[in-house]
Design a protein around this ligand. Structure first.
Ligand SMILES: *Cc1c(COP(=O)(O)O)cnc(C)c1O
Length: 404
């Protein structure tokens, strides 16, 4: 590492709050599926800023659209209309089949909005303020107090108690555990269609359908967090679209703006009419013209480049190549995932493997201590997968992972 890069890292440790144990690299620019550090070293990127930069870096049409919007207007208040937000909302409705959109600045804020929607929906039904939300163990919904309150992982929560009240926890894909938490006060059931941070656990079709039926029967809102698994990552625009069931409320963020900080929560017309009304919710930045110009371009490019077809093709290939590692190494226990959202489960902590890969020019990330997560740009090719597998194999062997 150059003295210059080391110096930046040292300065970062003096200035930034130490809420991350950062890898020892300063990324400087990106091009396609590659990142370059300050010293000019090239890295194959299988993280894409954690499922964000779906279209690859330095995408000309995307960059041009943002530059054009910057020259027109970056921000106006939500008290006025602006064309990019209207276009973005129309496009988002079309790809999701939902009816109403509220733009936020992040995933956690989209979750906050979904929680408020559920509580208001319950309140309008019976005037009570003791409604309950059922969330899942091992879930992750973000770091703000409301989002933490529905995150089923004590590790993130313990130091910040008390959480907001009336949240109950069940287990993903265990419908009986959900039933055990349902009361006459339940107003919503919230889960990620594929749990991301919690270890890449996809919801099963059976679970999705049973929850949908329960929600219909009891007038409970089915709320799906698609912040990580949505926007094409599993081969459909939103992961729930594989199952023939539709949520009442859903959240999206991460790849929605491909790098511009933006999220959204969406709902059906029925929920829109019976929940948040004028004065109930707001945001200064959410859905500003710059962020929405990004969303518009992202959705356009997804269609133009047929990103979903690529995810289905390369996702299947990635699965196959990862399964080979499960067969080859005794320390690799299993693979889980859908499309280009995959996890490789090890019998040991994966930190050293990820560091070894970084040294060899491959960017990977964990999900929990013993799982390597694969969330590459959605435009990767089979050749990129092959290159990744080669480096990953070397990195496993370097850290004394024995071949079977
Ligand atoms: C990342 C993530 C969030 C939080 O999004 P932020 O933009 O970091 O606030 C919420 N839910 C899921 C499933 C996520 O992966």
């Amino acid at each position: 590492m150059s003295a210059e890069m080391q110096n930046y890292i040292d300065e970062a440790e003096q200035a930034l709050l130490h809420t991350y144990n950062r890898y020892q690299v300063v990324f400087d620019r990106g091009d396609g599926v590659y990142l370059y550090d300050m010293d000019g070293k090239k890295y194959l990127d299988f993280v894409s800023g954690i499922a964000v930069f779906a279209l690859g870096y330095h995408h000309k049409a995307y960059n041009d659209a943002l530059k054009a919007q910057i020259d027109k207007i970056i921000h106006t208040s939500n008290y006025y209309y602006n064309a990019p937000a209207i276009e973005a909302a129309k496009k988002l409705k079309k790809i999701s089949g939902m009816d109403r959109v509220f733009f936020t600045n992040s995933g956690a804020e989209a979750i906050e909005g979904a929680i408020k929607t559920a509580r208001k929906y319950g309140f309008l039904k019976d005037g009570r303020t003791d409604h309950e939300i059922i969330a899942m163990n091992h879930s992750f919904h973000g770091r703000t107090m409301g989002a933490l309150s529905v995150t089923g992982n004590p590790h993130y929560r313990d130091a910040f108690e008390p959480m907001i009240g009336n949240i109950r926890f069940a287990n993903l894909n265990d419908f009986d555990s959900v039933m055990a938490q349902v009361t006459d006060k339940t107003c919503a059931i919230l889960f990620e269609t594929v749990q991301g941070e919690g270890g890449i656990h996809p919801a099963t079709e059976e679970f999705m359908k049973k929850v949908r039926a329960l929600c219909d029967e009891r007038d409970i809102l089915m709320m799906l967090d698609e912040i990580q698994c949505g926007m094409g990552r599993t081969g459909t625009m939103f992961a729930w679209q594989r199952f023939g069931v539709k949520p009442d409320v859903m959240t999206t963020a991460k790849a929605l703006g491909c790098g511009v900080p933006v999220g959204a929560f969406l709902m059906t017309e029925k929920v829109g009419k019976n929940s948040l009304a004028a004065g109930d919710h707001g945001t200064t930045y959410g859905g500003n013209p710059l962020a929405c110009a990004a969303i518009c371009k992202v959705i356009e490019l997804f269609e133009e480049q047929d990103v979903l077809a690529n995810v289905n093709k390369v996702g299947a290939y990635l699965e196959k190549r990862l399964d080979e590692l499960v067969a080859a190494f005794s320390c690799v226990e299993t693979r889980r995932g859908v499309g280009l959202l995959q996890g490789l489960v090890f019998d040991r902590p994966v930190g050293d493997i990820i560091k070894a890969a970084l040294g060899r020019g491959l960017v990977l990330i964990n999900a929990g201590t013993s799982i390597i997560r694969f969330v590459p740009p959605l435009v990767i090719t089979k050749e990129h997968v092959d290159d990744m597998i080669t480096i990953l194999r070397e990195s496993i062997m370097e850290t004394e992972g024995e071949q079977k």
